[in-house]
Design a protein around this ligand. Structure first.
Ligand SMILES: [Zn+2]
Length: 99
């Protein structure tokens, strides 16, 4: 699934577009942060939505070896909940929609 951005001429930067309908009216509903040392099987998982929860379950970490974060969006243009991840792998930082 490819990420696209709307054109922008202001200081806010580029608006992320919904991978399902192209709308840029995405609303952040939940943020998940995964912290671990390289290749550790457990680490710290922080989830923020209406509340904050923490645990050591990093099964949903988008990085196979290091740190990652995932933003979950609702969309004004369609009923889909999208997940966008930023994560480290082999010394580079990647970003992509995972759903
Ligand atoms: Zn949409």
């Amino acid at each position: 699934m490819r990420q696209t951005f709307s054109n922008s001429d202001n200081d806010f930067g580029l608006a992320l577009e919904c991978p399902h309908c192209g709308s840029h009216y995405l609303h952040q509903k939940k943020v998940e942060v995964f912290q671990r040392n390289e290749d550790d099987r457990s680490g710290l998982h922080v989830s923020v939505d209406e509340k904050v929860t923490t645990d050591t379950n990093i099964a949903d970490n988008p990085s196979p070896r290091r740190q990652g974060l995932t933003l979950h969006f609702s969309c004004e243009g369609c009923p889909t909940i999208s997940s966008f991840s930023i994560y480290q792998h082999h010394g580079s930082t990647y970003m992509k929609f995972t759903s």
